[in-house]
Each structure stands twice: as C-alpha cells, then as structure tokens.
Design a protein. Structure first.
Length: 291
C-alpha cells in the first residue's frame, strides 16, 4: 500500500520528499524508488532554470542540492532494503560526489559534505550486510560516534550475523547501552527501527539456541508493537512465537495469551469481548488465526 496526498495537483519538491518519507516508514520500497526518481527529475528541472535565469517559478524550502542528495540517498537505501547491493552502491556513488553542482554558498558546501558523510556510512553499512566481519570494529566505532544511528546499526549487525552465522554478543552488549525503552521512540521511523532491532535480536537468540530468551524478546515485541500500533511487527512476532511455542514455558504461554486477551478486551472490533470470554485457558486463543 502506498501513501498519496489527497489532491491531484502536480507535486512540488517538498511534497515529494514528504511522500518519500511516508512510504519509507511503511517500507514500500518500490514506491520510494518511483517517487525518488520523480524528485530527481524535478530537481534537475529547477536546477536548470536557476542556471539559465537565476530564478525559478517553483517554491521549495531547502537548498536545491538537498533534493539531489536526498533522491539518491533514498534510492540507495531502497535498493539496499530490496537486497540489490550493486544498485545501492551505484546510488551511493552519486550522492558521494555532488561537487558537480558547483555551489560556493556555505549551505551548498555543507550539504555536499553532509551527503559525503552519509555515503561513507552507508558504504560501510553495506559491507556489514555483505558479511565482511573485518569491518565490524570500524562500524562499531562509527556507531559510538553517532548514537542516533545505533538502532539501524544493530539491525544491520544482527541481520549479517543471522545470515552468515557468527557471534556478535559482545557488540550487542556494548551497543545496547544506547537503546532506550520503546516508549522513548515517538517517531514512526525510529519506532519501526526499535521493533526491527528486537525482532532481529530474537532471531539471533533463537539461532544460538537461547530459546527462552528468544521467546521473552518476542513477547516484548508483541506488547510493544501493540502499544505502537505497528501491525507489521505484531504479525511478525505472532508468527515467530508460533515457531518458538514448543520451547515455551507455561508462564510464557500465559503471557502471550494475556497480551492477546488484553487486545480483545479493548473492544475495538465488534464482538471481541464475546470471543475473549469464551475461555480463560492459556491455549484458548489460536495464535495462527490472529497472525
């Protein structure tokens, strides 16, 4: 499902940026790619007008260089999420070098350097996702210097560890000190990153046969995803719990039932209270039917 503005007028630069951000939040990567391409085409049009006439009829909030860099950045991130690292690296090379825009203003120079910084960070990120363990110390050092990037960094490290089967316990212990309680993450993107980190951590613990810990993390995701109204990770957690159910204790099974029953008892949907009152046994709610 993509996100659209409720009008049919041509989109300006800032409207396109807002749409890209909205679709990024719901992980609609194909739509992000399409919108980023539109943003690039419009940025080129505005830039050409500025070169030829030193003015433009278009209205926008940021420096024109920002829209070039942002378009390339979001395309690169989308290809990364889609698993096409070759295309992602191609776009990284684009926003790594925006000097061709030849802007001598302080804002222009700052933005060019800003996107160079992101290109280095994202190149390193791709290497981690590609399983290049030798770059982990450098990546951890980068995350220490940029705590706002730690959630995404932990996701990348855990994804890599889960795919290539290696130990990152000491890194998790170190970087988890930067992670706040889930109630701290009000921004939708950060909230989704928090849930994604916890999900990858549950997979990692399960891979290492720490089943009880994996179940506890999964139950935490269920509760947090419900509070954050994130249906995607609620469903993912339900599915993972079903896989791990055979390792669960009576107490863990009851906790899952209590979370689900709490949701039903809110009465958000017709007849939910009627369904939830049919039985008070731990196994009375079949988890698969709610996934």
């Amino acid at each position: 499902m993509s996100v659209h503005f409720p009008y049919d007028e041509p989109l300006d630069l800032d409207s396109l940026v807002n749409l890209i951000q909205s679709n990024y939040t719901i992980e609609n990567w194909e739509e992000v790619l399409s919108l980023s391409d539109q943003l690039m085409q419009l940025a080129k049009e505005v830039h050409q007008e500025l070169i030829e006439t030193d003015s433009t009829s278009h209205v926008y909030k940021d420096h024109i260089i920002y829209y070039f860099g942002y378009s390339h950045l979001m395309s690169g991130l989308s290809y990364q999420k889609l698993g096409d690292f070759t295309k992602s690296r191609e776009y990284i090379s684009f926003y790594a070098n925006l000097d061709w825009l030849d802007d001598s203003t302080e804002t222009g120079k700052y933005l060019i350097e800003h996107f160079k910084f992101f290109s280095s960070a994202n190149e390193l990120q791709l290497d981690i996702l590609d399983g290049k363990k030798d770059r982990l110390p450098e990546y951890v050092q980068f995350l220490d210097a940029n705590p706002d990037q730690v959630l995404q960094g932990l996701i990348n490290i855990l994804r890599s560890a889960n795919q290539f089967y290696y130990d990152v316990d000491s890194i998790i212990t170190h970087l988890s000190n930067y992670v706040e309680d889930y109630k701290h993450y009000n921004d939708k993107v950060k909230a989704a990153h928090y849930l994604s980190y916890q999900y990858q951590l549950a997979l990692y613990r399960n891979m290492n046969e720490e089943h009880s810990t994996a179940i506890d993390i999964t139950l935490h995701i269920l509760d947090a995803a419900d509070e954050m109204r994130n249906d995607k990770y609620f469903k993912k957690a339900i599915s993972l719990f079903e896989i791990l159910r055979k390792f669960g204790t009576v107490s863990q099974l009851k906790t899952c039932y209590d979370i689900l029953n709490k949701i039903l008892m809110r009465g958000d949907l017709p007849n939910e209270k009627r369904y939830s009152s049919r039985s008070d046994s731990v196994g009375s709610v079949h988890l698969r039917s709610l996934s």
